[in-house]
Design a protein around this ligand. Structure first.
Ligand SMILES: [Mg+2]
Ligand SMILES: [Zn+2]
Length: 334
C-alpha cells in the first residue's frame, strides 16, 4: 500500500533497524518536493541505485513555511508525501518539521546521503553525514524542468492572458441569410447583432467571421464580390464601434472536399494560428449544424441560433441553443 510507506520518525527508526539487520544499505535524501517533477523522479531513481532502501525526508508544511515564506508550499504535505510514496523507487517517506534535516539524520544515520547536483557539494548535511561515517552521493546536474521553472511558467501564463475569440458565421448570424448573397445592397444586419457584438468586444473577445461562400466555387459570383461585401460589412460595424478582427472565407464548392468548408475546421484553425487564439476558451455562434460541428471539432463552446429542430448527432449538437442573438449575453458573461 502506498500510504504504508509514509511513516513517523520513530516508526522509521524501527524499520531501518530491521533493514540494517538484513544487511541493507540505507540511502536518504531530503527536500520539499513542492511540485513533483520528472527531474525529481529521475534523481530519486538515481539515488536508489546507491543502496537498497530509499528514504525521503520530506519538509513538512511548517518546515517549508519557515524558510520559503507563508505562500509555500503550493501542495500540502499529505499530498506531497502520497505522490512521493507512489514512486516505485521510494521505500519510506518521513515528514520533519525542522528547518533542515540535520537532527533527523543524526538519529537515522543513513549509510548514504544523496543530493542533486544543483546544490553543489557544500550543502549543510555533508559534515553531519561524514561525521558519523556516512557517505555522500551527489548526482550529476540535470537540465530538466525544475519546480521553480514550473512556477515561473504558471506566473507568465497569468501575466499574459489567453487570446479568446467569438467565431461568427456570417449569413444568418451577423447579417440576414439571403442565399448566395453577393451584393452590398443586400447586406442587412441581424436584429440584436450590434449590441451583442459590442458586449463581446467589451469582454475582450476577438470577433472573427468564418464563412462558407461556395457561391464562389460554383461560379455564381466572384471572390471580389464577396470581398466587397465583407469590407462593406466591416466598415458598417466600425461605424457602430465594433472591430471585426478578420473574416475567413472558404470559397470552395462542396465537391472540392477542401479542409476549410465548415463542418471542416480549417477556417477556425487558420484564425487560431494567425491570432494565437485559445480555442478551448473561445465560442462559436452559428445558425447551421455544420457551423456547430466545426466549432466542436476544435473544442470551442458552440451556440446554435435557431428556432427549428435540433441536430441529433453529437458532433452537431451545440452546447447552447438560442432563438435570438440577445440571448448570447446570458451565455458569454466573462
Ligand atoms: Mg449561416
Ligand atoms: Zn474551403
Amino acid at each position: 500500500m502506498i500510504a504504508d510507506k509514509i511513516v513517523s520518525l520513530s516508526r522509521l527508526e524501527a524499520l531501518l533497524a530491521q533493514d540494517r539487520k538484513s544487511g541493507e544499505t540505507i540511502v536518504a535524501c531530503s527536500g520539499s518536493f513542492d511540485l513533483l517533477t520528472a527531474k525529481h523522479a529521475l534523481l530519486l531513481e538515481r539515488f536508489k541505485q546507491e543502496g537498497d532502501r530509499l528514504v525521503v525526508l520530506l519538509n513538512s508544511d511548517r518546515s517549508i513555511r519557515s524558510y520559503k515564506g507563508p505562500r509555500r508550499p503550493i501542495v500540502l504535505e499529505e499530498e506531497r508525501a502520497f505522490l512521493l510514496a507512489s514512486l516505485g523507487c521510494v521505500d519510506y517517506v518521513c515528514l520533519f518539521d525542522e528547518i533542515n534535516p540535520l537532527a533527523v539524520l543524526e538519529k537515522l544515520k543513513p549509510n548514504v546521503y544523496a543530493n542533486g547536483g544543483d546544490w553543489g557539494t557544500g550543502f549543510l548535511e555533508r559534515d553531519v553525514v561524514r561525521g558519523y561515517g556516512g557517505r555522500i552521493y551527489v548526482a550529476k546536474r540535470q537540465t530538466m524542468t525544475s519546480t521553480s521553472d514550473i512556477v515561473s511558467r504558471v506566473q507568465s501564463l497569468r501575466d499574459t492572458p489567453d487570446v479568446r475569440a467569438v467565431f461568427l458565421d456570417r449569413d444568418g448570424v451577423v447579417i440576414k441569410d439571403k442565399r448566395y448573397l453577393h451584393r452590398v445592397e443586400e447586406v442587412e444586419l441581424m436584429p440584436g447583432i450590434i449590441s451583442t457584438l459590442r458586449r463581446l468586444q467589451r469582454l475582450g473577445y476577438l470577433l472573427i467571421i468564418a464563412t462558407n461562400q461556395s457561391g464562389i466555387g460554383r461560379k455564381l459570383f466572384t471572390r471580389t464580390a464577396t470581398d466587397r461585401v465583407n469590407s462593406y460589412l466591416q466598415t458598417l460595424l466600425k461605424k457602430h464601434g465594433i472591430i471585426l478582427s478578420d473574416i475567413f472565407v472558404c470559397p470552395h464548392s462542396p465537391d472540392k472536399r477542401c479542409n476549410c468548408r465548415k463542418p471542416a475546421p480549417g477556417l477556425l484553425l487558420m484564425a487560431a494560428k494567425k491570432y494565437g487564439i485559445a480555442l478551448a476558451r473561445s465560442y462559436l455562434i452559428g445558425d447551421a449544424p455544420r457551423d456547430i460541428a466545426a466549432g466542436k471539432w476544435v473544442n470551442c463552446k458552440t451556440i446554435l441560433l435557431t428556432s427549428g429542430p435540433l441536430p441529433k448527432n453529437s458532433l452537431e449538437s451545440p452546447h447552447f441553443v438560442i432563438k435570438k442573438l440577445s440571448e448570447v449575453q446570458r451565455i458569454i458573461r466573462e
